[in-house]
Design a protein around this ligand. Structure first.
Ligand code: GCO
Length: 448
């Protein structure tokens, strides 16, 4: 497998997110985000880790973008910290925050790296959470204000925009299970948060299209192949319900199909939060869809799980091998299946894999990190992307998650996903074997 197999217009990249990397949580006028609050709550993050410093990208972005260049990666996806540029969520902008993204975009371009921007990668301003956050329909106008401010500053140089990162995860983990910020639980939080997130994609998508006329506008969706544990009917039905929740809940309203209520009856509860006319506000003709895949899930019927009546069988309990540091089974066919699944919807113009990667325990020996499991993971997943491409499926790009080791949400710093190793004591960076491999793979002029 060589880069040329994917065609010359295939987009290659690496993805990152503000809260996981920037640190600088309270300097130069930044306001607190829901994650700053959440990481301070006892027992919420493994080992009591927080992201006050993280991988210090706010101060080290030049060094990190130099790695992107050195590894011949042509596209860098990052997110904008909303509370860094609007400390109170709305109202007066923080010039120093905007200046940071201005410098970051320029730094990318100086290195001939194309910047791809995610607007919302989960770090809502705490001031807005105090008003209900995603459960408050006003979030739509708050987010428009944020998006217009970002667009106004960098639209002349940024052509790829993503509205939300993984709405299923931030509404599910943050507003139903309470394991991510803001730590809320229950359907009375989840349903309004989910509906407003679904509406935000179209609302902000339309705004970006008018503010940035030549923009490619997208949004990113988490997805996993869902397999029934057995072919007994009740497990097959359970897998269908899990698929509706995990893979279909957000893409289908955006594509004009509506919420997948037929296959997950409990979703009917979302209708309580719908207003007249919402049916026509949900769909938006995105220029591209970002899909983010890491693993598959095996699902079994369960009477004990309310609403869903299904449970995920952990990779460990199934004896699956290999398993990553996140407890996820390595199952490369899943990425092919997801490209096929999302590509089968009508009106999906282009799919980019905007995240794929793995966490494994890394060791530094003689200044090197021989992360062969991660390397193999990337190669085996790319082979499946190529398979999809060669079958004529609609996939046009692939981004590795992620550039440097960083703050992995509730897992803290234990789960390392980077192509570049970070010593969180010294902030010293070492390119891992996987990073070197990706760099060689992408090099157009390999040394002979
Ligand atoms: C996600 C996020 C990333 C995670 C990655 C690994 O999309 O879940 O975009 O922030 O770090 O997925 O879990």
């Amino acid at each position: 497998m060589v880069k040329a197999d994917f065609g010359s217009d295939f987009q290659w990249g690496v993805s990152s997110a503000a809260f996981q990397t920037e640190g600088a949580w309270n300097i130069h006028g930044k306001g607190p985000s829901i994650w700053d609050t959440f990481t301070r709550r006892k027992g919420k993050i493994k080992n009591g880790h927080h992201a006050d410093v993280a991988s210090d990208f706010y101060h080290r972005y030049q060094e990190d973008i130099a790695f992107v260049k050195k590894l011949h990666i042509p596209n860098f996806r990052f997110s904008v910290s909303w509370p860094r540029i609007l400390p109170a969520g709305i109202g007066s902008p923080n010039t120093k925050g905007l200046d940071f993204y201005d410098r970051l975009v320029d730094c990318c371009l100086q290195h001939e790296v194309d910047p791809w921007v995610t607007l919302y990668h989960w770090d809502l301003p705490q001031a807005l959470q105090d008003k209900g956050g995603w459960t408050n329909r006003d979030v739509l106008s708050w987010m428009e204000e944020f998006a217009a401010l970002v667009a106004g500053r960098i639209r002349d140089r940024v052509k790829h925009w993503m509205v939300l990162n993984e709405p299923t995860v931030f509404t599910g983990a943050g507003y139903f299970f309470g394991v991510h910020a803001p730590g809320l639980t229950g359907l009375r939080n989840f349903f309004p948060a989910a509906h407003h997130a679904a509406l935000a994609m179209g609302r902000v998508g339309r705004l970006l299209r008018s503010e940035v006329p030549d923009a490619a506008v997208g949004s990113t969706f988490s997805c996993s192949g869902i397999h029934p544990a057995t072919n007994r009917r009740r497990d097959v039905e359970a897998a269908k319900r899990a698929d509706a929740l995990i893979n279909r809940l957000f893409i289908e309203p955006v594509l004009g199909i509506g919420y997948p209520v037929m296959d997950l009856k409990a979703l009917k509860g979302i209708e309580k939060y719908m207003q007249a006319g919402d049916d026509s506000l949900l769909p938006f003709d995105f220029d591209f869809i970002g899909i983010q895949n890491y693993t598959r899930e095996v699902v079994r019927h369960s009477y004990f799980v309310p609403y869903l009546k299904a449970r995920i069988c952990s990779a460990k309990s199934r004896g699956a091998r290999p398993i990553t540091d996140m407890g996820w089974e390595v199952y490369p066919e899943s990425i092919y299946d997801m490209i096929k699944k999302f590509g089968a919807y009508p009106n999906v113009p282009k799919i980019y894999v905007t995240e794929n990667g793995s966490a494994f325990p890394d060791t530094v020996a003689n200044g090197e990190v021989a992360d062969l499991q991660r390397l193999k993971y990337l190669q085996s997943h790319l082979a499946q992307v190529l398979r999809a491409k060669q079958e004529g499926l609609n996939v046009h790009g692939y981004f590795v998650w992620t550039l440097t080791d960083n703050f992995e949400w509730a897992e803290g710093y234990d789960a390392r996903f980077g192509l570049v190793h970070v010593d969180f004591q010294t902030q010293q960076r070492i390119v891992k074997a996987s990073g070197k491999w990706y760099g060689t793979f992408l090099d157009d002029q390999p040394a002979t």
